[in-house]
Design a protein around this ligand. Structure first.
Ligand code: HSE
Length: 295
């Protein structure tokens, strides 16, 4: 039995739409072994598809197909700690688990680049899948066939406080609200900030992060799909966040705070409650630098 641990991810990081993402220390576990049937169970109370539509299973099957093999069946046991459909990379964790597990079952025929490419092709965007596989902060360009990527480990103890509402937002809906064209000015606005984000995170110039997470490509449109999002941003900034942005396609709102901001999560919780936003969970995490790991 193979047992994998796959991290949650936060994509876009404000301006780096479809290009930047990082891994966080919140993990799903997947146990996997080949068998003659499809036997999928949840080790916790999270309902998971137990048939051949299961994303871990279909991703494993895709890898077998690439390698010219037939997957007869799998036994899967899933432990899901990453909230689903909330912009924290739960689908990417499934894709990565399926690919990495299947690759191990076949004796590692594919290398890391192959896995990064396949994961992006299955999921559609590399900014969640690549950090789920690799850890750290990943800069990725998907040219439609291959992913050109750089993973950088991040040695900060910054706090990433995810404020997770009790409603879901499907990525398809969060993409359908985006414009098909943007102005040259807006493109420059975003690309300069996306570059500023990773450079500032990696060099410790955290005072730049607030400017770096502003964008014109997706957040202004997605805010309308997340009731009271503006208030949640304001609460996080009021408690000293360096930066606040919509995580992935949302609806989770991520706030980055200094390691010395000791009671950041508690203050967010208290203020959200006071504002009548009790349905929003607060989960504080650090950056994961290892990505998908064999336990
Ligand atoms: N970059 C993607 C988006 C992340 O914002 O739609 C979700 O896969």
């Amino acid at each position: 039995m193979i047992k994998l641990q796959i991290p949650a991810t936060s994509a876009n990081l404000g301006a780096g739409f479809d290009a930047l993402g990082l891994a966080l220390q919140l993990y799903n576990d997947v146990e996997m072994e080949e068998c003659d049937t499809v036997a999928i169970t949840s080790a916790d109370d999270t309902p998971v598809p137990a048939d051949e539509s299961n994303l871990i299973y279909t991703s494993a099957k895709d890898l077998y197909q690439v390698c010219g093999k037939t997957l007869k069946g799998l036994r899967l046991v899933q432990t899901n700690r990453i909230p689903m459909t909330r912009g924290l990379g739960s689908s990417s964790a499934c894709v990565v688990a399926g690919l990495v597990g299947a690759n191990m079952l076949l004796g590692d025929p594919l290398d890391t680049d192959d896995l990064v490419d396949l994961a992006a092709q299955i999921e559609g965007h590399p900014d969640n899948t690549a950090p789920a596989l690799l850890g750290g902060i990943v800069t990725a360009v998907f040219d439609g066939r291959r992913v050109h990527w750089v993973k950088q480990e991040v040695y900060t103890k910054l706090r990433f406080a995810a404020m997770i509402p009790d409603f879901e937002l499907k990525t398809e809906r969060a993409r359908a609200c985006l414009p098909t064209e943007v102005s040259h000015k807006d493109a420059v606005y975003n690309l300069s900030r996306a570059a500023l984000f990773s450079a500032s995170l990696l060099t410790g110039k955290f005072e730049n992060l607030r400017t770096a997470v502003h964008d014109k490509l997706h957040q202004p449109y997605r805010m309308a799909l997340i009731p009271r999002a503006r208030e949640v941003f304001d609460i996080a900034y009021a408690h000293g966040a360096y930066a606040v942005y919509i995580s992935g396609a949302g609806p989770t709102i991520m706030a980055i705070a200094d390691e010395d901001n000791a009671y950041f999560a508690g203050k967010l919780r208290f203020s959200l409650d006071n504002a009548g936003l009790k349905g929003w969970q607060v989960l504080e995490m650090k950056i994961d630098n290892t990505g998908c790991t064999l336990l």
